[in-house]
Design a protein around this ligand. Sequence first.
Ligand code: NAD
Length: 435
Amino acid sequence: MSSTKEQYATTYYKEPGPKLDKESPFESMMERFRFAAEILNLDEGMFQYLASPVKQVIVSIPVVMDDGRIEVFEGYRVIHDNVLGPSKGGIRYAPDVNLDEVKALASWMTWKCAVVNVPFGGAKGGVRVDPKKLSYSELERLTRRYTANLLEVFGPDRDIPAPDMNTNEQIMAWIMDTYSMNSLRTETAVVTGKPIILGGSQGRKEATGRGVVTVTLAALSKLGIMPNRANVAVQGFGNVGSVSAELMYEQGAKVVAVSDISGGYFNKKGLDIPEMISYMRNNSNTLEGYADAEKLTNEELLEIDCDVLIPAAKEDQISRHNAENIKAKIISEGANGPVTANADAILEKNGIMVIPDILANAGGVTVSYFEWVQDRQGYFWTEERVNRRLNRMMRTAFDNLYKVSEEYNITLRQAAYVYAINKVAATLKMRGIYA
Ligand code: NAD
């Protein structure tokens, strides 16, 4: 270990954040952040600046329940950074949400926005609640009071929430309405992921999967593989996985395996993805019982012989325990954190190109940016225009990172962090520190 590295490890990064497993997505992200900071020779002050959130807010949210009792929930909003512009990031409702998790996810958003060149900083929010235990009207009151408590944080020019785990279009609509009522005008641009009739964008729902496919095609072309000669496996068949599988299928690729929580489905001649999507929609959103394929486990799916593997289900799927068995040439991270930092080196050694999550699944935040732009213009684009601009931004981001990876002889993941940190640090240097 070089002395610089030791310095970073011991001096620069004093607050290790959440006490999570070594292979947790946050620890993995911090390891990659430290590595990139070292490549960039970032000075200590800058490192500390970028490792610390700008603002962390905890609010108590009293809610009058349907039976008349008052229950108090805890809510969070963390702004990691706002150097590039207003901060952006989702709000999650879950019983185990905590400040450390929200802090980690907020910094993740900073790097993601910087990688795709949207003029946003990073943020994240959460409420510690099990939304399944709340009635519809309790959920509405909780959302409105959480918003009311954060009126000074949110704003189209300040901080712009979006949906995340267990939050949806309706919750975004309530946030927009509460904020608008308090500012005495309709402010659609204060949140993204809204229903289309409230100023949402065409193409937003498919945006993440579409972005995954754009960068996957760019990677295939670097390896000289035609899409119609590529074999693809997709883990997860929800929003991101099913759209990715369908668009790869439309490109002529052979999607040989897909999976969901019910397990994996394999056909070496290629699966009929449109048929599987309609099967799932008519079957309570699960592939359970789909008969026109061989069954696999989710673990087996990850290890099948294919050109492209798209993990689009959950974090920590490829770790040091199975990385050696991965046969894909390209891993395109639809999910957040599906590959652990410990697996990175093994995949690199085996020559597998990993398109990192902060690029691969950034199509969602890119179209969120388009939604915000359209709301502010009061002029709405066709789906065709949204998709064209999304493809362009994702393709440019891929090319930028590819160039950095060649320049420094590093992986695409390392290049993504180098690019993002360099961009935020350079902007901060120009702006200077306000005193
Ligand atoms: P989703 O809930 O729509 O779908 C998740 C899918 O994964 C489902 O098919 C589910 O059955 C499957 N699944 C769950 N556990 C599994 C397991 N153990 N093994 C295999 N499959 C399993 O979720 P989504 O919106 O598609 O998100 C998937 C991932 O992509 C998450 O990591 C999410 O954070 C990330 N992501 C989503 C978006 C977005 O816009 N939706 C944007 C960026 C990142």
